[in-house]
Design a protein around this ligand. Structure first.
Ligand code: F6P
Length: 488
């Protein structure tokens, strides 16, 4: 449980993450701030009881200094501080090294071979851009740092940040948390810069992961690749201990539960129920990313329709595919692939009056999202790999009335926490997912109630606020323990 030996509301916290909770869009002369997508944002939005500053990339190229100033002012109202990165570096850092190298590798999809074989220089310049971008973040953190602040670095985008921060100020309290899986050391060792990245992360005082397995993989990467000693507390290098621990993230459940009480949300719920009268609703909400297993999920639904003719025209799959990383070629290819499969299945099983799959390439506003979660009978979260997956948590939070079923990939971190309430599946096994859909649709009310109860209890007691308090409290404690050790 959280050791709340400090007052979170007073503690100054610098959250440093690639993405800010809002993304800036230019409208004429003014800036519009739109909510960003992704699990990290969903989690950190629920962290309210700290005196927080959020430092991150503005997600947009702003070369003009006076524009940088107006954007900085607009973001300050949201306690956000932008990091400006020159366009080409940002491109090579974000689209290149982060999303085309680290992201697929950490999700067991290997390294991008074509870049290595055809343009090795490309890989080198992407890595250099990654180091430069991390320096830009370190500059902004140093500028805003005040003594006693807890500096919490997030994710695979910022693996060099702990090292750069400690080089500038060895007294800084630095934590680093990974929102993705940390892969088996056998996978991590493929990375050309495997050692530098590990060593830098070890400069942090506390390193956190969602699950015990990810933490174990990280420690074995440090022992096997760097030859360091793994201890029950973490990793030791010449007497210096880096704490490694597990902090499973959550959401802010009240945000969802309260939204369902709003009249405008109730109206959307009513409209959707009317729209889908006579149908059972299956739902997928994913960023359109290869790790989410969207093609496999849709193929499983096709198999279900094939094998269960009685269910045809009585069930519909709503797949919300949130556009993401659209400048990376593989993401563009995935969009076409998914569209092709959806078109084929709708052509095969559709009729003049009904189509089995409603596939939308869009981001839903928060109220519509809550309403869709609430009217869903079966949610399909079938990621091939996923750090945690908070869509599964959000769905559960909105199901107090309906008690819908969650079909959940055993390769998502959430399987460790919602496994007893969900139907766990191997997303690669299309036949297994198809039969789980059938099982979920035919499930008794009693079983649904029991499964939902288990998950709802977990989601409402393991919140993002608790996650952050536990991490920061542990970070404070780690520093005190290190000081005591050094005096001995
Ligand atoms: O939740 C994991 C994560 O990788 C975040 O770090 C990231 O912000 C999110 O998914 C969405 O990806 P992106 O920021 O590239 O849009």
């Amino acid at each position: 449980g959280a050791r709340k030996d400090f007052q979170a509301s007073k503690q100054r916290l610098l959250v440093v993450a690639n993405r800010l909770p809002v993304s800036a869009v230019k409208h004429g002369d003014s800036w519009q701030l739109e909510m960003s997508a992704g699990g990290l944002v969903s989690a950190l939005l629920g962290v309210k009881e700290f005196d927080t500053r959020w430092i991150g990339w503005a997600g947009i190229n702003v070369p003009d200094e006076s524009e940088q100033k107006t954007l900085t002012e607009a973001l300050a109202a949201k306690n956000c501080i932008p990091v400006f990165i020159e366009e080409e570096i940002a491109h090579q850092y974000y689209n290149g090294y982060c999303n085309n190298t680290l992201w697929p590798l950490f999700h067991y999809l290997g390294l991008p071979q074509e870049d290595h074989l055809a343009t090795t220089r490309n890989f080198k310049s992407q890595f250099e851009a990654y180091t430069k971008a991390n320096q830009c973040f370190a500059d902004v953190v140093s500028k805003h740092y005040e003594e006693g602040d807890a500096v919490w670095c997030h994710d695979y985008h910022l693996m060099f940040l702990p090292k750069y921060l400690k080089e500038r100020n060895s007294d800084m309290k630095v934590g680093w948390f990974l929102h993705t899986p940390f892969p088996s050391s056998e996978i991590h060792r493929m990375l050309p810069s495997r050692s530098e990245l590990l060593k830098s992360v070890l400069s942090a005082d506390l390193v956190g992961f969602h699950t015990y397995d990810y933490a174990r993989h990280f420690v074995s990467a440090c022992t096997r690749i760097l030859g360091l000693e793994g201890t029950p507390e973490g990793v030791e290098d010449q007497g210096k201990l880096t704490r490694v621990a597990v902090f499973p993230v959550g959401i802010d459940p009240d945000r969802f539960i309260q939204a369902l009480e709003l009249p405008q949300v109730k109206d959307i719920v009513k409209e959707l129920k009317q729209r889908f009268t006579g149908y059972k609703v299956l739902l997928g909400v994913d960023r359109l990313d290869m790790i989410k297993g969207i093609p496999q999920k849709i193929l499983a639904f096709e198999k279900f329709l094939e094998e269960n003719p009685d269910w045809r025209h009585k069930v519909v799959l709503l797949q919300i595919a949130v556009p993401t990383r659209t400048d990376v070629l593989k993401y563009k290819q995935l969009t076409s692939q998914v569209h092709e499969i959806v078109g084929r299945i709708n052509g095969r099983f559709g009729s003049f009056s009904s189509v089995p799959i409603h596939h939308l390439d869009c981001t839903l506003d928060f109220h519509t999202l809550c309403a869709i979660y609430a009217i869903t009978d079966v949610a399909l979260v079938t990621s091939l790999r996923d750090g945690m997956n908070l869509v599964s948590y959000e769905f559960v939070a909105c199901q107090a009335a309906n008690k819908g079923v969650l079909i959940l990939s055993e390769f998502a971190g959430a399987a460790q926490s919602l496994g007893a309430g969900a139907i766990l599946v191997n997303p690669w096994n299309v036949a297994e997912v198809a039969s789980s859909i059938s099982y979920a649709l035919n499930m008794s009310a009693d079983e649904k109630e029991k499964r939902h109860h288990h998950n709802f209890l977990h989601v409402t007691t393991h919140t993002s606020q608790g996650w952050a308090e536990t991490f920061v409290s542990e970070l404070n404690e780690t520093i005190v323990e290190a000081q005591l050790r050094s005096r001995q």
